[in-house]
Design a protein. Sequence first.
Length: 97
Amino acid sequence: MAKFSSKDKIQAVKRYLEGAEGGKTIVNSIGVHSRELYQWIKRFEFSGEKAFEKRYTTYSLEYKLDVIHYVNENGTSLRETAAFFIFLLAKHSENGK
């Protein structure tokens, strides 16, 4: 499977969201599976361009346990959980916490 840069992903998502091209046209032009494109779109809709930034972070044991408890209590998928916690981290950084 080909690797795509953040810029490539954002461009593909914007092409789709602008409505000028359909998903099938985009996936054929860049060589990505349609499922992957639609995952990029969901990530973009939830977090904007920040969704594609590289993050290298070490998480505390307490934080990891919070994530596990969240999944167990809410029955969310891994992607839904990741999106939720990325959103929380962004909110905390905006508030200076």
